[in-house]
Design a protein around this ligand. Structure first.
Ligand code: HEM
Length: 478
């Protein structure tokens, strides 16, 4: 079967190869439903890398002992993999090209401007407050939030305060464009993957999600052209009157300062939304589930937030002092069962430390099961909000939320490590501080959230009915 359907014979043992499975139905079903187990058992059995058959090709999974090798190897690339797998060349998907452009404009911008930038805190804080009023309301009676819309909305407004800036952050049309684009984009990518590569250049014009992306991309470009134009006129008017032009602390202003930038402002915004919205919202949802399921954490968290804010004022120092919250956030990452990290494409033939050749074009990734490994974590099956603060106090140097390590590689590593993780940290801590001080949360009695699995990836339970109410005496220190 391999010789007919694969150009190359897999170098490592295949873990989902079954007799008489000519069309790979069984192989793909096993991958979709059970990738985590296939990986753990396969790595244990073969004591080395394994191959998985996946729709459209094969993926090589390396044991976590090779994390450092992958992290530092220059023959492996993350961006090229993403550009290819997420169809960055298609019309309507230009934002993916901007996000993973070889010029690294946006990545460098995030690294320099969005990492530990004190100036963005007040705007994010204000927008979190506005977002909670808008999406979560003022009721002191228990109400069920719209799990998809009211979690995405909060994160999207908070991020927009720094991405698009004050003119559009809470604008209904802009929010609709951005949030719909991210939804349509991921749906379009999944839809396109079900078609043979040869047919994609044709079907891309006919499929509803791909068409929606093109339309939303056009709208984003038009809206952003107006924003840029408005700011230019504003600056000219100020100059004409001998005044200083207004100062903005957002990606629109920062992108304008990049010499020779060729990415349209609309593309930059959709690129940011694509990288930041789904990832951060998913974790936000998981943290809300875990806090609701662990009410004993609420008072200690509230106390920590009050103390950090009263001793440091609102700013990065206060957020850094929220160590229990930091630990809770990292522990919640462990509840989303993503089986791999550090996905890379081999861009030049390269060799594993034992001399095995990895051919150009291979797709490699690293096993993430250390996150649930009893040799790494005591009682890994339990949710322990204090897990990472205890490790930190015991001297573990990689137990903070923004840190990535071999045992916990949710933010990747090496030169492609997520440049948005500091911003995600700021945004999530501010959202959770507001929520903890102003709301009570609960889940229906006995509700067990069940994550969904898509092959090696996973998502938070989409059917949660989270109930919220404003606290009787909300603490207005934020
Ligand atoms: C909890 C939220 C987030 C998670 C779990 C996450 C996770 C990741 C992961 C796993 C990677 C690939 C790293 C690698 O393979 O080494 C990545 C890359 C990236 N992330 Fe994030 N991310 C999050 C939030 C954000 C945010 C808020 C932004 C933007 C503000 C962002 C921007 C990016 C960009 C631009 C890249 C590409 C880096 C490169 O290719 O060099 N991410 N992220």
């Amino acid at each position: 079967v391999y010789h007919l359907s694969q150009r190359r014979r897999p170098i490592f043992p295949v873990v989902n190869d079954y007799p008489w499975d000519f069309f790979r139905r069984k192989a793909y079903l096993a991958y979709n439903q059970n990738a985590g187990t296939l990986i753990t058992q396969g790595l244990a059995k073969h004591r080395g890398p394994i191959t998985m058959l996946v729709p459209g090709g094969t993926k090589i999974v390396l044991p976590s002992s090779l994390s450092d090798w992958i992290r530092t190897n220059k023959d492996l690339d993350h961006q090229e993999l993403i550009r290819e797998e997420y169809f960055a060349h298609l019309p309507g998907f230009e934002s993916q090209h901007t996000l993973h452009s070889p010029d690294r404009m946006l990545i460098d911008l995030l690294r320099t401007k969005l990492t530990q930038n004190e100036k963005i805190v007040p705007a994010v804080n204000r927008h979190v407050d506005l977002a909670l009023q808008h999406h979560w309301g003022d009721s002191k009676l228990w109400e069920t939030i719209d799990w998809e819309k009211d979690t995405t909305g909060v994160i999207s407004w908070a991020a927009a305060s720094v991405f698009v800036g004050p003119e559009k952050a809470t604008d209904a049309e802009w929010q609709e464009v951005v949030q719909s684009y991210v939804r349509e984009y991921f749906a379009a990518v999944s839809e396109l993957h079900t078609w043979k590569a040869l047919l994609r250049p044709i079907v891309q014009w006919l499929l509803p999600h791909t068409s929606a992306c093109r339309d939303l991309m056009r709208r984003a470009r038009t809206i952003m052209q107006e924003v840029v134009q408005k700011r230019t006129s504003e600056a000219e008017a100020a100059r004409a009157q001998g005044l200083e032009a207004p100062l903005y602390h957002d990606t629109v202003a920062w992108t304008k300062q990049v010499p020779g930038n060729t990415h349209p402002a609309g593309d930059v915004q959709l690129a940011l939304a694509m990288a930041a919205l789904f990832t951060t919202t998913e974790l936000f949802r998981q943290i809300l589930i875990d806090i609701a399921n662990n009410p004993q954490l609420v008072e200690p968290l509230r106390q920590e937030i009050r103390t950090s804010l009263s001793e440091n004022g609102l700013g990065l120092a206060a957020l850094a002092k929220m160590e229990l919250l930091d630990s809770v956030m990292k522990e919640s990452q462990r509840q989303i069962p993503i089986s791999v990290g550090l996905e890379r494409k081999v861009i030049r033939e390269t060799f594993l430390p034992d001399g095995t050749k990895l051919p150009k074009g291979s797709h490699v990734m690293v096993d993430s099961s250390d996150m649930w490994n009893p040799a790494v974590h005591e009682k890994p099956e339990l949710y322990d909000g204090y897990r990472f603060i205890k490790r930190r106090q015991a001297g573990d140097k990689a137990s903070q939320f923004v840190q990535s390590s071999r045992e916990h590689n949710i933010f990747g590593g090496g030169r492609h490590i997520c440049p948005g993780r500091f911003f995600a940290n700021t945004e999530l801590k501010l959202c959770l501080a507001h929520i903890l001080l102003k709301f009570d949360l609960r889940l229906p009695p006995g509700y067990q959230a069940v994550p969904v699995r898509f092959g090696v990836y996973a998502g938070v339970d989409p059917n949660v009915r989270l109930e919220i109410r404003r606290r009787e005496e909300p603490e207005c220190i934020l």
